[in-house]
Design a protein around this ligand. Structure first.
Ligand SMILES: *[C@@H]1O[C@H](CO)[C@@H](O)[C@H](O)[C@H]1NC(C)=O
Ligand SMILES: *[C@@H]1O[C@H](CO)[C@@H](O)[C@H](O)[C@H]1NC(C)=O
Ligand SMILES: *[C@@H]1O[C@H](CO)[C@@H](O)[C@H](O)[C@H]1NC(C)=O
Ligand SMILES: *[C@@H]1O[C@H](CO)[C@@H](O)[C@H](O)[C@H]1NC(C)=O
Ligand SMILES: *[C@@H]1O[C@H](CO)[C@@H](O)[C@H](O)[C@H]1NC(C)=O
Ligand SMILES: *[C@@H]1O[C@H](CO)[C@@H](O)[C@H](O)[C@H]1NC(C)=O
Ligand SMILES: *[C@@H]1O[C@H](CO)[C@@H](O)[C@H](O)[C@H]1NC(C)=O
Ligand SMILES: *[C@@H]1O[C@H](CO)[C@@H](O)[C@H](O)[C@H]1NC(C)=O
Length: 228
């Protein structure tokens, strides 16, 4: 009898725990949206377009500490909402229940909350916007003396920060080249990154080889080094 009772209590506890954790489980659901700098994205507030009697909907960005959310734009059946600095960059479509955002900036990256009030219920969707900008085709320079070559690679105006990957062809033992310098700078206005890397290749250890570098998918031309 005690065993049955114990199992019952345990089952009850699981139910309570499940119910308590339910809101947190739901708020973990995040829709991923990717936008390009300068481009546009559509933030989907809900997929259930059959739910009628929309009273209002709005999009906000949560503050860094969870408080002080920032209102972006919205729609209300009874009043006009003022999107302030987002006036010229957003448009809310209450029929599709979406918000379009354009002229995307790196600072637009982050979490968005969409709150929808229907006549009989309300809903919240969380959307993560990630921003990308393609790096320029990397520029490679080669400077050799008798024993080694100094090869540099640089690429501009990308987002987010990416590492430069070097590809020796044929593959070269890591002990025959080393990174001399690598750096990145952020443009304070555009927030885009420029990256730079230089390597030294030991020419005494092998035949000539071709080198290229790659920054987030932007691939340089191949350059031949150690040609003697
Ligand atoms: C939006 O665009 C209009 C017309 O170009 C301009 O007058 C207004 O200042 C802009 N508003 C913002 C918040 O940028
Ligand atoms: C989106 O950005 C966040 C933070 O910048 C990053 O952790 C995450 O991996 C990114 N996701 C994708 C799919 O790019
Ligand atoms: C950026 O690169 C991706 C993948 O190569 C490409 O689909 C997209 O059109 C590029 N965007 C721009 C603005 O060139
Ligand atoms: C390079 O090699 C040439 C001939 O082998 C020699 O005359 C020259 O001094 C060398 N230069 C350097 C910087 O080692
Ligand atoms: C790379 O060079 C080191 C030292 O010269 C050697 O021990 C190692 O086996 C080499 N690795 C490969 C894959 O050739
Ligand atoms: C590394 O490269 C950056 C960018 O070209 C340059 O400003 C810096 O002085 C270099 N550092 C060294 C140690 O060469
Ligand atoms: C270049 O490689 C040769 C042969 O493997 C080695 O003797 C020499 O010390 C290396 N030079 C440098 C600067 O690593
Ligand atoms: C290196 O590049 C040269 C000129 O582009 C080419 O002829 C050669 O086949 C390349 N070598 C390898 C190993 O790909």
């Amino acid at each position: 009898m005690d065993v049955v009772y114990g199992m019952y209590v345990q089952w009850l506890l699981w139910c309570v725990l499940f119910l308590i954790s339910l809101p947190f489980l739901q708020s973990k659901d995040v829709t991923m949206v990717i936008g390009e700098v300068g481009g546009a994205v559509t933030i989907p507030c809900t997929s259930d377009l059959f739910e009628n009697h929309l009273v209002f909907m709005y999009v906000q960005r949560p503050g860094s500490n969870g408080n002080n959310p920032r209102f972006i734009n919205g729609y209300h059946t009874k009043k006009r909402l003022d999107p302030k600095e987002y006036t010229n960059r957003t448009h809310v479509d209450p029929r599709q229940r979406t918000m379009k955002l354009w002229s995307i900036l790196p600072s637009d990256e982050g979490l968005y909350e969409c709150h929808i009030q229907y006549q009989t219920k309300k809903k919240q969707e969380n959307i993560q916007l990630n921003v990308t900008a393609n790096y320029s085709i990397p520029i490679v320079t080669v400077a050799c003396d008798n024993v080694s070559c100094l090869v540099t690679c640089s690429s501009d105006s990308g987002y987010p920060r990416r590492d430069i990957e070097w590809s020796p062809n044929p593959p070269l033992n890591q002990s025959h080249w080393r990174v001399v310098n690598s750096s990145d700078v952020t443009d304070p206005v555009s927030m885009l990154f420029s990256v730079y890397s230089s390597i030294s290749v030991n020419c005494s250890s092998g035949p000539r080889l071709n080198l290229s570098c790659n920054v987030g998918g932007a691939l340089s031309q191949e350059h031949t080094v150690c040609e003697y």
